[in-house]
Design a protein around this ligand. Structure first.
Ligand SMILES: N[C@@H](CCC(=O)N[C@@H](CS)C(=O)NCC(=O)O)C(=O)O
Length: 271
């Protein structure tokens, strides 16, 4: 009698709007690994997170790892028969990891500045963030805290650290233009980053940094529409990060990302 192989139980501990956790969410969707999301309540991190104090954490059959990029490398090790996030070795792997480094150390800190943004947007996007948290985090958030969120979030230590990194001395719109063009230059004219024909770890790390804010309706998120190369790449990426659980839960989704007109053909061609 043959025994069917056990499917490992995979859990992603996340916040719906965490740029780092959403990287890992896209890794799992791309690899088509079945998983579930545990949306942490920011006031229960110590109690509910299996290791450490930072989101994301992934648990596979009781073994837990933190930190988005090391989690990606671990997923390739643990699920070698699924699509790979990176080539096993070689110069291309190193170059792709360098781009991921730029995403983690430059694009993501900048997102913490661009969303909320300046002036009135700081408040409106701050409330948007607390509303998404309240609708997704286990146990929700008390109303008083939701109202104070735009003030409170800017004072959280790790957010302050990221905002310092993001401060390039430029006005917000110019800074965004610079960073978006730097991203486009890393496509090297190709369908995917580094001019590759298929997505890899940094494509999956970058996708949510544009899509999350757009799909949840943050003010300023529609600026991506001014960059045709960026929009074409986002459109090509969409079929690779479809699936369940969705990157943006329906309860907080206000817009859809564009899909290729013939998405199956495009996804098939690139694989
Ligand atoms: N290097 C980590 C950074 C993760 C991170 O900063 N996560 C934030 C949420 S987006 C967090 O949990 N911060 C809490 C803290 O640093 O105390 C990664 O790539 O996963």
């Amino acid at each position: 009698m043959s025994i069917a192989p056990e499917i490992p139980r995979v859990t992603l501990y996340t916040y719906a709007m965490s740029p780092y956790a959403s990287k890992v969410h896209c890794f799992l969707l791309y690899k088509r690994v079945p998983f579930e999301c545990f949306y942490i309540n920011p006031f229960r991190v110590r109690e509910d997170l299996p290791v450490g104090r930072q989101i994301p954490v992934v648990t596979i059959d009781g073994e837990s790892r933190a930190d988005s990029t090391p989690i990606g490398l671990w997923l390739d090790e643990r699920f070698p028969d699924q699509l790979r996030l990176l080539p096993e070795s070689g110069a291309e792997r190193d170059e792709l990891l360098k781009i991921d480094g730029w995403i983690s150390d430059c694009l993501i800190p900048s997102s913490f500045r661009y969303f909320p943004g300046d002036g009135l947007n700081k408040w409106l996007n701050g409330w948007k963030l607390s509303s998404v948290m309240a609708k997704t985090a286990q146990g929700g958030l008390p109303l008083a805290l939701r109202l104070a969120w735009p003030y409170f979030v800017q004072r959280v230590t790790f957010v302050r650290r990221l905002l310092e990194i993001a401060d390039d001395g430029l006005p917000l719109r110019e800074s965004k233009d610079k960073i978006y063009r730097q991203f486009i230059s890393r496509l090297e004219g190709g369908p995917f980053l580094l001019g590759r024909r298929a997505p890899s770890l940094p494509d999956l790390a970058a996708y949510p940094q544009f899509a999350l804010f757009y799909m949840t309706g943050f003010r300023g998120s529609m600026d991506i529409l001014d960059y045709p190369e960026l929009m074409s790449w986002l459109t090509r990426m969409a079929p690779f990060v479809s699936g369940a659980p969705p990157l943006v839960p329906p309860v907080v989704r206000t817009r859809e990302m564009p899909l290729p007109s013939d998405d199956k053909a495009e996804a098939g061609a690139a694989r």
